[in-house]
Design a protein around this ligand. Structure first.
Ligand code: PPE
Length: 305
């Protein structure tokens, strides 16, 4: 579905018209993938649109830049404020938010040291990424033939633009083979994450999600899910998962900002019980929490205005 436009995009300190938010074809990041980005959601709450865990997302943007060796010419507070202004400018009750820090026009070549960093923040309406009935029906997963990046190849803990070539290869392969999404294994063969989500598997009543060291992005939804699960009294561990753990799991779900929470109904055509009771309980609370309906998680909702 083509992108749904909104009135303005924030670029280097100014709100510019959507159609005017353009870059030169010799933009460095367009050639070399040398940028970092975030994916955030704003949700309607009783007090107006609120950006879910905004400050943590912006801090992760700075961490990604730090790993890349990129200087962002703003502070965390400035980009938090800029995001709120951009969200408010949409006039929408909720939207997806995409901050991007990139090396702009002016230098070419692999030496990024002389490059200037540009920052843009765009918002648009984006529906449930893996389908509206992703919790109840679940998605079909395939272990990808593509391996997640090694830590010494492309740091998977940084949300860099270039890293997503790997995700796109895996996503398209899975879709063409008739699956909904791919699970990526790390070079050591252990489960890392999905193309745009973290993964949780329940084994012997224990919820397990792979760590950063296994090649997973430190997901903010993953972190929210762990908090909700522990508050529900579940045993949650950040630990390695092998492919076979998935085949015999009691339940599996994936989670991310765009995807929210989605059950998994099979992995490589081996059925997984779906929807699992833990998945359902967590998803219900998560979807209330993002809308500011759960008092103890209300601090996660940062009002846009
Ligand atoms: N792993 C990867 C590889 C990833 O891209 C995401 C987010 C996550 C885990 C979950 O992180 P978090 O959103 O903090 O819970 N993927 C973003 C981009 C998706 C896209 O297709 O673009 C997102 O969900 O916004």
């Amino acid at each position: 579905m083509p992108i749904q436009t909104t009135p303005k995009i924030w670029m280097n300190g100014e709100l510019v018209d959507w159609d005017k938010a353009q870059v030169h074809v010799l933009t460095h990041t367009l050639h070399y993938g040398t940028g970092v980005f975030e994916g955030i959601r704003a949700y309607p709450t009783a007090d107006g649109p609120a950006v879910f865990r905004l400050t943590e997302h912006i801090k992760r943007l700075f961490n990604s830049a730090h790993i890349l060796g990129m200087e962002i010419p703003y502070t965390v507070e400035e980009l938090v404020e800029a995001t709120k202004i951009t969200v408010a400018s949409t006039g929408l009750p909720g939207c997806y938010v995409r901050p991007l820090a990139y090396y702009g026009y002016g230098e070419m070549g692999l030496n990024t040291l002389p490059c200037r960093t540009d920052v843009a923040i765009a918002c648009w309406p984006w529906g449930a990424y893996l389908g509206d009935d992703a919790v109840s029906k679940g998605v079909r997963m395939k272990i990808s033939s593509w391996t997640r990046h090694d830590h010494n190849t492309m740091p998977p803990a940084a949300k860099t633009v270039g890293n997503y070539v790997n995700s796109s290869l895996a996503k398209v392969e899975a879709l063409k083979a008739g699956y909904d999404e791919a699970i990526m294994l790390a070079p050591n063969g252990l489960v890392a994450e999905c193309t745009g989500e973290n993964i949780f598997a329940v084994r012997n009543d224990i919820m397990i999600t792979p760590p950063l060291s296994a090649g997973a992005l430190e997901g903010i939804t993953q972190n929210s899910v762990m908090t909700i699960a522990r508050d529900l009294g579940y045993d949650v561990r950040v630990d390695n998962l092998a492919r076979s753990d998935l085949y015999i799991a009691e339940e599996i779900f994936v989670c991310g900002t765009a995807a929210e929470i989605s059950s998994v109904n099979s992995v490589d055509d081996r059925a997984v019980p779906c929807p699992g009771p833990k998945t359902q309980a967590i998803a219900e609370i998560y979807l209330d929490a993002v809308k500011g309906k759960v008092d103890k998680y209300k601090h996660w909702c940062e009002l846009a205005v």
